[in-house]
Design a protein around this ligand. Structure first.
Ligand SMILES: *Cc1c(COP(=O)(O)O)cnc(C)c1O
Length: 398
């Protein structure tokens, strides 16, 4: 007999709401932040450099520039790449708006390439179709945490000579063919927002192996101001002297945040291992259900997921995504949707983008749902999610 979902009058799987993500903060994290508060430097202190060095060790990048958030990191990356009016930047529509907005900040135009039907990452063949003489950059997003097809994107970069920026907001800890995310693109950006795998409350970073990009990024983080006599136009007037040599915002991060990110990075192996365990259980349970489709791994990606996204198969279900969202909510499993295709937003419509641009992305958007996945989930939480999803999808199976 099929179990009755709470949505149809049955008893909810759990009493307490379970959200799609939650941070994990331990005593070490708290002590790290408190130590900074008792120290001399609240911003631009020793924890910035310490955290940047740690990020380089974790990702294999030569340089890391810690900054206010990933949106700032993306803005700095496109400024460092020299994008401006008349230039085009290719990205995926299934991302947070910041991955495309960075082009608009500098007067360039975002161009949306469709996603791969199986991995839900940007499809390299679609990137190639979008390339024009104006293409200056590609922002590829490791959607949900799994690596994009690095080999294919690097081959396109070789052929067309664009700047490859990887938005790795979801993918810290993920490896592609044995090498960590952060060691592939010209610049890789990261987010340490509260819902992401590693958090500083807010925070971001740009990683690069390129010395000249690194020097530009340091300038762009802080008003385009330099204190390095080698970068100055004039002889310093004295020890107080500095020069503004470019125009840039203040995208610095505090030492409290850097200390928190640093402390969190020590837990990345544990975070990754636990998330892999949960994903394995989810994949085993959900791949048996005709009503849903699980995200396929990019070949070569050893993934630390940030999001676990379920896709419904409408042919086998009598309900749609909206009802599934409500039905899981009634079981106290609070889901989310990542993402609304960026060019659906009114702001983008006003710029001339039309629906129908990326059919695979649009279909995925209609059918997807983000279910809970985070380090601090208990085994009971995981079982509750599997129970609730199975109950609802089985009940509404066609
Ligand atoms: C979270 C996120 C961002 C923005 O990060 P912030 O640190 O909040 O600015 C950008 N891109 C993607 C793919 C994200 O998930």
């Amino acid at each position: 007999m099929k179990e009755l979902p709470a949505f149809a009058g049955g008893t909810p799987v759990r009493d307490k709401k379970l959200y799609y993500s939650h941070q994990y903060i331990d005593e070490k994290d708290i002590a790290a932040v408190v130590d900074v508060l008792k120290s001399d430097y609240l911003t631009t202190g020793p924890h910035i450099t310490k955290c940047e060095e740690k990020l380089c060790r974790v990702t294999g990048a030569k340089h890391a520039v810690l900054c206010a958030n990933d949106t700032a990191a993306l803005h700095m990356a496109v400024m460092a790449a020299g994008l401006g009016p008349g230039d085009e930047l290719i990205t995926t529509p299934i991302t947070f708006a910041a991955s495309a907005n960075c082009a608009l900040y500098v007067g360039a135009r975002p161009v949306f390439a469709d996603i791969d039907e199986k991995t839900w990452n940007i499809d390299p063949a679609c990137i190639e179709k979008c390339i024009t003489p104006r293409t200056r950059a590609v922002v590829a997003v490791d959607y949900g945490g799994q690596s994009v097809d690095q080999e294919a994107i690097l081959a396109l970069k070789e052929k067309y000579g664009f700047v490859y920026i990887e938005d790795a907001a979801h993918s810290i800890g993920t490896c592609y063919k044995g090498k960590p995310v952060g060691s592939f693109a010209d610049m890789t950006t990261m987010s340490f927002h509260a819902v992401k795998t590693i958090t500083g409350g807010e925070g971001g970073a740009v990683l690069t192996d390129d010395e000249s990009l690194y020097r530009k990024l340091l300038l762009l983080r802080t008003h385009g101001i330099t204190r390095d006599p080698k970068q100055m136009v004039y002889e310093p007037d004295g020890p107080w002297y500095y020069e503004q040599v470019a125009l840039a915002p203040n995208y610095r991060i505090t030492d409290m945040q850097a200390a928190l990110i640093s402390s969190q990075l020590d837990k990345l192996p544990a975070f990754g291992a636990r998330k892999k365990e949960i994903v394995k259980k989810y994949n085993e349970a959900f791949s048996k259900l005709p009503g849903c489709v699980v995200q396929e791994e990019t070949k070569g990606s050893d993934t630390v997921r940030h999001l676990y996204v379920l896709r419904i198969n409408p042919q086998h279900l009598s309900i749609g995504r909206r009802q599934l969202f409500d039905a899981l909510g009634a079981e106290n499993i609070i889901c989310n949707v990542h993402y609304i295709p960026v060019y659906y937003f009114p702001y983008y419509e006003k710029l001339g983008y039309k629906r129908g641009l990326c059919p695979n992305a649009e279909r995925l958007y209609d059918e997807m749902l983000t279910i809970p996945l985070f380090y601090a989930m208990t085994d009971q939480d995981v079982d509750d999610v599997i129970h609730a999803v199975t109950k609802v999808l089985t009940y509404y199976e066609k």
